[in-house]
Design a protein around this ligand. Structure first.
Ligand code: NPG
Length: 371
């Protein structure tokens, strides 16, 4: 049992090394909410995966800030919280807002584990000490530029290349990459940009031997994905549509996907991410760890999660330098064999560097106790 003494919210912004274009738009910097909690025993950090705008999901930074400050934070502040599962239960009265809940789960787990000396990886049930890394390549202005980027990433050792696609910037680009590198593990991600009317176009991708097509159709339509899955050969992987372990179960039972991307923030936290992993594993469905351009805080959590046994495909867990000139933690570095070590220290195993943190902070606010 511990008491949550203080919760501090912090909005930070870091420039990205290169703009990241997807079918949803272009990100030029990483802006996100960090949370620091203080309990009786220790301090813990969490990173919220929400973006500045609600294009990937219905959550966004200012919304997460408001629900953390006015609802979720006060539910935990000054409360006796037995552990992170207890915190989940105390927050369960708030419907949705999974990314906001997830950041508190992460920060409380970090504090709890720092106090006990255990690593997040061991707490979650990790079985590996290194994970396989893939990289997600944004939509480039030209095919030549895309080929140059892919070449650079392959040279660094990435084990899987994922190409962002959208209607019209798809078959030709994939074809060019496949022609140049016939053997690499290659996948595509549409971020919900297609509809069932595009089935002929999507079928054209079948000839490239892709590992998967990620989230081709609407972010909230399992049924249509189940129909599409019978019409194309490329395995469908779901990302946006899976917001909980129950969603994963429904998607698998409906035949809506054959692979699941797990992002702890999207499903409401690291503990629900483990449940989602378990649901998939029991059904023989491979999972991999998605990425949301995280700083070192969220990256540490992703690496711990990706070390669980059901994560059999390389994740979007790339080196810090693929995103940032300077991260807010010590940078994560992928080895030339395309693997990255899982942090082993207590809790997340990383700390924000004070000068980097203050240089990137846009604003901070403490959660106030409810009268
Ligand atoms: O390497 O962290 C990464 C980026 C991986 O493509 C990636 N993320 O749709 O999964 C996605 C996409 C994303 C990034 C979505 C940021 C939302 C925000």
């Amino acid at each position: 049992m511990t008491t949550v003494r203080a919760i501090e919210l912090r909005l930070i912004s870091l420039p990205l090394v290169r703009p990241f274009r997807t079918s949803m738009g272009i990100d030029r910097e990483k802006e996100c909410v960090l949370v620091r909690v203080e309990t009786d025993d220790a301090e813990g950090w969490g990173e919220c995966v929400a973006s500045p705008d609600p294009s990937y999901s219905d959550e966004f930074n200012q919304g997460a800030w408001a629900v953390l400050r006015d609802h979720l934070g006060p539910s935990l502040l000054a409360a006796d919280v037995p552990d992170a599962e207890g915190a989940e239960r105390k927050m369960a009265w708030v419907r949705g807002h999974r990314m906001a809940k997830a950041v508190l789960v992460m920060a409380l787990l970090d504090a709890e584990l720092k106090a006990s000396g255990a690593s997040l990886a061991s707490r979650l049930g990790a079985e590996r000490d290194r994970v396989q890394c893939g990289v997600s390549v944004g939509i480039a202005d030209t095919t030549e530029e895309l080929l140059d980027q892919v070449e650079g990433y392959l040279h660094e050792g990435y084990r899987r290349i994922k190409l962002k696609i959208e209607p019209g910037i798809d078959v030709d680009r994939v074809s060019a990459v496949r022609e140049r590198w016939p053997e690499i593990a290659l996948s595509v991600d549409a971020n919900a940009a297609y509809s069932l009317e595009d089935v002929d176009r999507l079928r054209e991708l079948d000839r490239f031997g892709l590992l998967m097509i990620e989230q081709p159709l609407s972010h909230d339509d399992l049924y249509e994905h189940s129909l599409l899955s019978t019409k194309i050969e490329t395995p469908v992987c779901l990302d946006e549509s899976i917001r909980s372990s129950a969603d994963a179960r429904a998607a698998i039972e409906l035949g809506a996907c054959r692979i699941v991307n797990i992002k702890q923030g999207r499903v409401g936290g690291l503990l629900e991410a483990v449940r989602t992993h378990d649901v998939c594993r029991e059904r023989g469905v491979p999972v991999w760890c998605g990425g949301m351009l995280e700083t070192g805080i969220g990256r540490a959590a992703n690496l711990a999660l990706a070390a669980l046994p059901g994560f059999t495909l390389p994740g979007d867990t790339s080196s810090s330098k693929r995103y940032f000139e300077e991260d807010i933690t010590e940078p994560f570095v992928m080895a030339s064999d395309g693997t990255m070590p899982v942090p082993r220290g207590p809790g997340l195993g990383v700390e924000p560097l004070p000068d980097r943190l203050s240089a990137s902070t846009l604003r901070t606010e403490g959660v106030a106790r409810k009268e």
